[in-house]
Design a protein around this ligand. Sequence first.
Ligand SMILES: Nc1ncnc2c1ncn2[C@@H]1O[C@H](COP(=O)(O)OP(=O)(O)OP(=O)(O)O)[C@@H](O)[C@H]1O
Length: 255
Amino acid sequence: MIQLKDLTLGYEQRILLEKVSTHITGGQLVALLGRNGTGKSTLLRAIMGLETPKNGEIILHGKNIASLKPEKLARKISFVTTDKVRIANLRCKDVVALGRAPYTNWIGQLQAEDEKRVVTAMQLVGMSGYAEKTMDKMSDGECQRIMIARALAQDTPIILLDEPTAFLDLPNRYELCLLLKRLTQTEGKCILFSTHDLDIALSLCDTIMLIDNPQLYSLPTNEMITSGHIERLFQNEMVTFDAKTIKIRIKQIFS
Ligand SMILES: Nc1ncnc2c1ncn2[C@@H]1O[C@H](COP(=O)(O)OP(=O)(O)OP(=O)(O)O)[C@@H](O)[C@H]1O
């Protein structure tokens, strides 16, 4: 579904990824890992067509995204960021309904099928009771779940999420990732999300993409665990990754 072909990304003189080639098929939950500032958001934005590659191609369903019109792209791919929508008077169900924009008529009128999708999307993220609440009255975690419902209402085969678990408590982090996993299994969606939750990524995802500038390694989770890449990238004098137990260990508390 998503293919990166000799992709080079960066800003001005700085190269974040160089000549990266990989692909993700449908029915997969993929975690994008990497230290702060390595380019996870940049890569997701590039797949959305919001950053221009320095070189190479991003191909969705066999078509270079550079050649896709925004309305075509909106039916293929949805994007959830951590940006907060905090507009007074805007109800949660109105935000979720925005996800239907690629399917509604020119005045944006929702049909019965659209209304049904909005209700289902809110149910899936456990936010049915919040439909009439306005966005300015929501907690960060609730707001995040509404934004995920908007992406689900958009009903695209590919969903990208930039740190979707950032504002969620621990049970909700797992619940959300289990929901994403279920969507890959039952609906064959291709879901790629950036995260710093190593535990969740390694326990739930099919594939791990790991940015080690300017490389990107993409491996099935089991292979990534034993590859040595995680230890190398995430350990420092304080912590280390134990591939046998798949846990982070603290090496020393006081120096
Ligand atoms: N518009 C921009 N212009 C110039 N440099 C940028 C721009 N956006 C991001 N950067 C830089 O590119 C690098 C990668 O940023 P990006 O936000 O993609 O990293 P990230 O892996 O998502 O980080 P984090 O884990 O901290 O969220 C950073 O050093 C950042 O400062």
